[in-house]
Design a protein around this ligand. Structure first.
Ligand code: ACO
Length: 336
């Protein structure tokens, strides 16, 4: 067997829009209460993009921070991959727009869409690229502006989501400038099930429900979700894929220093920790500040954990994600 180059996270960064929408603000928009949102979801506030603020603008700030953390320049990158379900536009893709905003060209730049699991899918993309081309320097983004697809009259969804982006720079293990972070990706597992994808969707404007000139935007433009069903599938699949990656790598939950899961609902996060037998202080939570930022929840949490000095030497990180599609996945990362 040839030796396969392992991938290492060298830098992390995140950015959220300036404007904050609190639960109290939402009480003015729909029939809801801070008490309902807090007890049912754990969310207190979320950041919402300003008019004209596109995903690439937010991703640009996250990318600059991740590059600085890795002690690298945009010119060092070989690949830019943006995971999102709310791109700036269908064409050009957001990665090409971001490349231009970073002031570089000639990179391999494309978007992927696995909804809230997008960043975890992107970890696997980066690993595969680096295994094939060990000199690659890959910028991966997880970001969404779900406020652009939110029906602000629908209380069952509008209280849940926020906007943001997170970024990571990855290189091969042997391509080390000795200055950045060292988060060696030990494994990734991804999965999906399209048969129940309708439980969480927005298809208006896509080729299955195209808009024509003068078309009036209808409800299919906005997120619709069967919350209770999504809730059950999220817990079941994230627990199973977390257990699978631990077993496959012969590590126990006691070995895990920190768990970062998709931040959609505090009850989902706490249930996952309990079912895996991982104590609360090892389960990362920040959704009270940002809400569900879709593909951005995991890289934002990673970057915050880095800022809080929780990705220390020898720590073992378990990542678990779940999102529209349905898609889900896990990753194991060892910090050196
Ligand atoms: N304020 C007040 N009442 C509300 C609100 C609100 N914002 N929203 C719903 N309610 C009401 C409902 O109408 C219902 O009333 P009824 O009993 O009179 O019919 C009651 O509250 C209970 O509603 P449920 O939907 O059963 O509430 P639940 O406890 O399931 O919480 C929630 C809803 C928060 C959406 C939860 O189901 C959830 O978090 N689901 C998972 C979401 C998720 O994980 N998404 C991940 C993927 S997201 C992505 O990929 C983009």
């Amino acid at each position: 067997m040839p030796v396969i180059e392992q991938s290492v996270i060298r830098g992390l960064g995140f950015h959220v829009p300036e404007r904050i929408l609190t639960n109290k603000d939402l009480e003015e928009l729909v029939e809801t209460s801070d008490e309902w949102i807090t007890t049912r979801t754990g969310i207190k506030e979320r950041h919402i993009a300003a008019e004209g603020e596109a995903l690439s603008d937010i991703a640009l700030q996250a990318a600059k921070k991740a590059l600085a953390d890795a002690h690298m320049e945009a010119d060092d990158l070989t690949h830019i991959i943006v995971a999102t379900c709310t791109p700036d536009s269908y064409c050009p893709n957001t990665a090409c727009i971001l490349e231009h905003k970073l002031g570089v060209s000639g990179k391999i730049a494309f978007d992927i869409n696995a909804a809230c699991t997008g960043f975890t899918y992107n970890l696997e993309m980066a690993r595969s690229i680096i295994a094939l081309r060990p000199d690659s320097v890959v910028l991966i983004i997880g970001g969404d502006i779900l406020s652009s697809r939110t029906n602000w009259a629908d209380r069952t969804t509008c209280v849940l989501f926020g906007d943001g982006a997170g970024a990571a720079v990855l290189t091969g293990a042997s391509n080390d400038n000795g200055k950045g972070l060292k988060g060696r990706i030990l494994d990734t597992i991804l999965s999906s099930d399209g048969s129940i994808g309708d439980m969480l969707k927005f298809n208006g404007g896509g080729s299955s429900a195209p808009y024509s000139l003068g078309h009036v935007v209808t409800e299919n433009h906005f997120i619709s979700m069967q919350g209770r069903e999504v809730f059950k599938h999220a817990i079941r699949n994230m627990v199973a894929v977390s257990q699978e990656i631990l077993d496959r790598n012969k590590v126990s939950t006691d070995d895990v220093s920190l768990v970062i899961t998709h931040q959609a609902n505090l009850r989902i996060i706490e249930s996952l920790g309990k079912k895996l037998g991982i104590t609360d202080e090892r389960v990362f939570v920040n959704l009270h500040k940002y809400g569900n930022t879709s593909a951005a929840t995991i890289p934002i949490a990673l970057a915050e954990a880095r800022e809080q000095n929780r990705l220390t030497k020898d720590s073992l990180l378990l990542v678990a994600a779940f999102g529209g599609g349905f898609t889900w996945g896990s990753a194991l990362v060892r910090f050196e």
